[in-house]
Design a protein around this ligand. Structure first.
Ligand SMILES: [Cu+2]
Length: 176
């Protein structure tokens, strides 16, 4: 199994004990924010995406404004839109989580886009993610890599060739 931890930047607080049952499944909590069920889609191409749930346990709106990972050259916050029957991804400035609410990042919706992977993501791998929240600091998360075939996707739109697990078939449109 590959281990991306060796690439972790210095600011990473790496609590990733060794492998084994001690790992609790990608739950991290800080500054009134709980991140749970973090996972990333297995990919044999240069890009992939990570998903999770983010719960705001604070009294004010939380804003996820950036993310990074030692596993990818660039990490962006994306949403998914459908235009003319075609699924497209768009960068987002931020994801807002109202107090007391949980926002789910999931396939077909908002996600953490991993661009320029250093190496393919194989099921069972784990990657570090750092989420940056405005006014609340950073949260380090471990995302387990899962195969796309295990996803419960309901995206049979048009002739879009979903599935197959390479994650590289979505059309990307930057900006605008
Ligand atoms: Cu994306």
């Amino acid at each position: 199994m590959r281990n991306f931890r060796i690439l972790a930047p210095l600011f990473s607080l790496v609590l990733l004990a060794t492998s084994g049952p001690a790992w609790a499944g990608g739950h991290s909590r800080a500054e009134g924010i709980l991140v749970a069920d973090a996972w990333a889609r297995a990919s044999k191409v240069r890009n992939s995406a990570a998903y999770m749930t983010v719960t705001n346990e604070g009294r004010e709106t939380a804003r996820l404004v950036a993310a990074s990972s030692p596993a990818a050259a660039k990490v962006e916050i994306h949403t998914t839109v459908i235009e003319d029957g075609v699924m497209k991804m768009r960068p987002l400035e931020a994801i807002e989580i109202p107090p007391g609410e949980t926002v789910r990042l999931e396939p077909g919706g908002r996600h953490i886009m991993l661009l320029g992977l250093g190496q393919p993501l194989e099921p069972g791998d784990r990657i570090d993610l750092t989420l940056v929240f405005a006014d609340r600091g950073r949260i380090d998360v471990v995302a387990e890599v899962r195969s796309a075939s295990g996803m419960k996707m309901k995206m049979k739109m048009g002739d879009m060739p979903m599935g197959g697990g390479d994650g590289g078939k979505m059309e990307m449109k930057q900006g605008d």
